[in-house]
Structure formats: C-alpha cells, structure tokens
Design a protein around this ligand. Structure first.
Ligand code: DGL
Length: 274
C-alpha cells in the first residue's frame, strides 16, 4: 500500500478555500493540499470539454502528489467534469483513487431545510446549464421544485475585490429578483458556487424575511467526515498531522494576498505548471 498522503482539495481558483476552511475546522487532524487553477479561472463560462480537461489535469497532479482522495471544491467542476472523471479516468488507477464533488452531498440534505418544497439555486452559468442540481435533488427529493438563476457577474466581482462595492449591489439585486420572480414560494436558497459566501451580507439585504440562505462549506465538511467514517480503506490512506499546503497555477504573490478574504488567514503558496 502507498504511504498515507494529504486529501487534495481542488478549485478553479480561490473559491474552494471557503470549503477548505470548514473542512479544516471539522477534521483538523487531516493533512490537505489545496490546488487553485488561478491561471485558467473562471471555469463558470467554459465548455464541458474545457472544464473536464482542466479539472482532469489538476486531479492528475494531485494524484501525482500521492493524494488518494480528491475533493472538487468547485461546483462548476463538479457539474461538468466529475462524472466523466469517475467513469472514464478513475478505472485506470485500479480502484486506488477517489474523486468526490460538492453537488451530490448538498443535494442529499437540502430537503431538510425547506418547508415549502421550493428551492432556489444560485450558481455560475456552467453549473446552472448543466442541470446537475435539479437532477441530483430530484433523486433524493422528487417532491421538491428547484428554480435556478445563473449569476455570471458574481465571480468576477469577488475575484476583482469589488464584492463590497455599490456595483455589486446592482447585480446581486437583479439576479435575486430574477430568481424570486420564478416562484414566490421559495423558502431556501442555496449558494451553489464557492465564491458566493463572500457576498452573503449583500444577498441577505435583497431577500425578503423568512428565506434561508445556505452556504455549502459546513455541508461538504460534514459529508467528508461521514465519508471517511464509512470508508476506512480510504481513511487509512489519508495522512493525519494537520499539515496544509497551497499550490496555484498563477502567481504565488497574488494568491498569498488575495486568498485571505476567502480563507480568513494568510497562506504561503507555491506555483506549479500543469
Ligand atoms: N468556484 C466555482 C464554483 O463553485 C466558480 C468559479 C469559476 O467560475 O471558476 O462554481
């Protein structure tokens, strides 16, 4: 058996740090390697083929670092690449490697939040067009109606540090109104993109009282903890010294500066080429 290695956490850029933060809080003993494909972000506007190609390269790199388990902490990559990677690429690793996403664990428990059985999903164009959320939620909760809204400007607003500006208010209000116009009975809204928790205060400002907003971080952290309990054969391949490493495909300096707003702490990243 190979030596225990960190759990790989992948995102198209910084967004997955909002997920890592929660995972680390819940299971701090484990080691993690974070990889942000900052040089090629955003993924949200790219085709299936491109998101698959970029995600697979990133996953392969994490495997080359010894990771047996990789979490795609990016909704767009989970929506557009996960299934193909699981079906086409993982078999060649002789059942030694696992790749998990963020959509299924969210869909699994989303039904616990809604009374009206009407849920709103906010996400990138890619995630929304893939229909991954409606398809996965239907499997667990056939009675729930899902309404989606793509918010193509939200990731650039966050990436460009404009998430607290008045310009951000304009787009957030517009997209939330569009979502709520699709149904007046939505009582739960899922932030189906790892960047959106940074916009939470503004999002709440434009929502009527009584609508609950859900960020994915705590859900993914809990589901990973459960997964490791249920799969001791994978758990034993995960190293547990509380170590953290950060890698980016773009500038280390930019990553170190900008990551703090997502992660809440300073990090020291290392550049890699894919
Ligand atoms: N972090 C990605 C997600 O959760 C969105 C960012 C991007 O478009 O690359 O969907």
């Amino acid at each position: 058996m190979s030596n225990p290695a960190p759990i790989g956490i992948f995102d198209s850029g910084y967004g997955g740090l909002t997920i890592l933060k929660e995972i680390e809080n819940l299971i701090p003993r484990y080691n993690f390697i974070y990889l942000g494909d900052n040089a090629r972000t955003p993924y949200g506007t790219r085709s299936f083929e491109t998101v698959y190609e970029y995600t697979l390269e990133s996953v392969r790199w994490l495997f080359s670092q010894g990771c047996s388990l990789v979490i795609l902490a990016c909704n767009t990559a989970s929506a557009k690449a996960l299934r193909t990677i699981q079906q086409n690429d993982l078999p060649q690793y002789n059942n030694e490697k696992r790749v998990l996403g963020v959509i299924r664990p969210t869909a699994e428990i989303i039904g616990n939040y809604t009374s009206s059985k009407q849920i709103g999903i906010l996400g990138t164009k890619g995630t929304v067009q893939s229909l991954s959320y409606p398809i996965e939620i239907e499997k667990f909760y056939p009675a729930i109606k899902v309404f989606q809204q793509a918010c193509p400007l939200w990731v650039p607003l966050v990436e460009n540090n404009e998430y607290e500006s008045e310009g951000a208010d304009y787009f957030i209000k517009k997209d939330i109104e569009s979502l709520l116009n699709k149904s007046h009975d939505i009582d739960t809204i899922l932030l189906g993109c790892t960047h959106y928790p940074l916009l939470l205060n503004k999002i709440k400002r434009y929502l009527p009282a009584g609508i609950e907003v859900i960020s994915q971080g705590p859900i993914i952290a809990k589901s990973l903890e459960d997964y490791l309990h249920r799969h001791p054969e994978i758990d034993e391949k995960c190293s547990k010294n509380g170590g953290l490493q950060f890698f980016t495909t773009d500038s280390e300096k930019d990553f170190n500066t900008h990551s703090e707003i997502f992660y809440g702490k300073k990090v020291n990243s290392v550049h890699i080429d894919l």
